[in-house]
Design a protein around this ligand. Structure first.
Ligand SMILES: [Zn+2]
Ligand SMILES: [Zn+2]
Length: 354
């Protein structure tokens, strides 16, 4: 029986501690997972930077591991099974859960989100239904990035992404790159990526984007809307896109990108807002009416997204290895968060047992 449970605990702004935490008891419908790998996410880092926490919180929500114990009523999981952990504790009874959207559950608790402890620990107890089996041919490093890939799968669902479309993605961070990976796996006709850093754009092109662009900066004297419209018009012409993109994804959080993501769309196109920018952003709403555009949000994942992400990895339709640029032992989680904060890595994965 496991007795030690080291956990990465956020105790104050930019301060983590490795603490011993009790292992939660395994209920009849639960499983105990020995957590092997956990990706660090921008949102973990965002938490870590702030001091807004009600209690000492275990971080982490992108984990996979091995089942060590199953509850009495669990029939579809076995000890020794490799699984990814879905980090959302949805109530499954509210009106949103009842309609099949537990990602927007009214009573959602989420790993690593105050006040719910996360998965950056050695042993994690959860409902068996929150675990999704993963085959042997997926490495533990990659398994630490299944959750963000599932987020990209959900975004593709929101956009009804298919092989006949052209796609613009703003932001070449991990989310933008994972959306690129899913889009390529789905055979999307043309994917163009944007970022303000040339090195990130270069990486996106190496990772499969059809084009990568660092947009010019707007001169103070140019009005923001005409800048976005003029730039979009010239870009569409240069790229030979006819009347514009079918789908755009805003994954940078920058206001100018939100504006361009709308201006670049053809009539009837779809813009997915995935970045978290400032709380009030100015966008050309009149174009939504004039071009009958769809503007949609996307958050977390819905049933089946994890299984789809695992399937893409297992069939080698998506390769996460180039994105995982560093691994750290859990005992050095502080260093890992510093590295994540400095943005030199693309994706950092923590090995929870080390
Ligand atoms: Zn995340
Ligand atoms: Zn619910």
């Amino acid at each position: 029986m496991e007795t030690s449970n080291r956990a990465c605990v956020w105790v104050a702004a930019k301060t983590l501690e490795v603490q011993e935490r009790p292992i939660e008891p395994v209920g009849d419908n639960d499983v105990l997972v020995q957590v092997i790998s956990t990706g660090i996410c921008g949102s973990d880092c965002h938490n870590w930077e702030s001091d807004k926490v009600s209690r000492q919180l275990v971080l982490g929500h992108e984990s996979s591991g091995i089942i060590k114990e199953v509850g009495k009523a669990v029939t579809d999981r076995v000890v020794g099974q490799r699984v990814a952990i879905e980090p959302g504790f949805a109530c499954m009874t509210c009106e949103f859960c009842a309609k099949g959207n537990p990602n927007i559950c009214a009573n959602l608790k989420y790993c690593g989100l105050d006040p719910t402890d996360g998965t950056l620990c050695q042993y994690f107890t959860c409902r068996s239904s929150m675990t999704v089996p993963i085959p042997e041919n997926i490495s533990w490093e990659e398994a630490g990035a299944i959750q963000p890939l599932a987020i990209a799968v959900q975004l593709a669902r929101r956009a009804s992404l298919n092989s006949h479309q052209t796609l613009a993605i703003f932001g070449c961070g991990p989310l933008g790159l994972l959306i690129l990976a899913v889009a390529k796996a789905y055979g999307v006709r043309k994917v163009v990526m944007f970022d303000i850093e040339q090195s990130r754009v270069d990486f996106a092109v190496k990772y499969g984007a059809d084009a990568g662009i660092v947009p010019p900066r707007r001169e103070e004297s140019v009005e923001p809307l005409s800048f976005a419209q003029d730039y979009s018009a010239s870009l569409i012409k240069d790229l030979g896109l006819g009347s514009g993109f079918d789908v755009s994804v805003e994954a940078s959080g920058a206001e100018v990108c939100a504006q361009m993501a709308i201006c670049l769309l053809k009539n009837g196109g779809t813009c997915i807002q995935a970045g978290l920018g400032k709380s009030l952003t100015s966008i050309p709403l009149f174009l939504l009416t004039a071009k009958e555009l769809n503007l949609k949000g996307t958050v977390r994942y819905t049933p089946g997204c994890f299984a789809d992400a695992i399937d893409l990895l297992s069939r080698k339709k998506v390769d996460l290895k180039p994105l995982i640029t560093s691994t750290y032992p859990l005992t050095k989680c502080g260093e890992a968060f510093e590295a994540q904060h400095s943005r030199k890595d693309i994706k950092i994965v923590i090995m929870n047992q080390e």
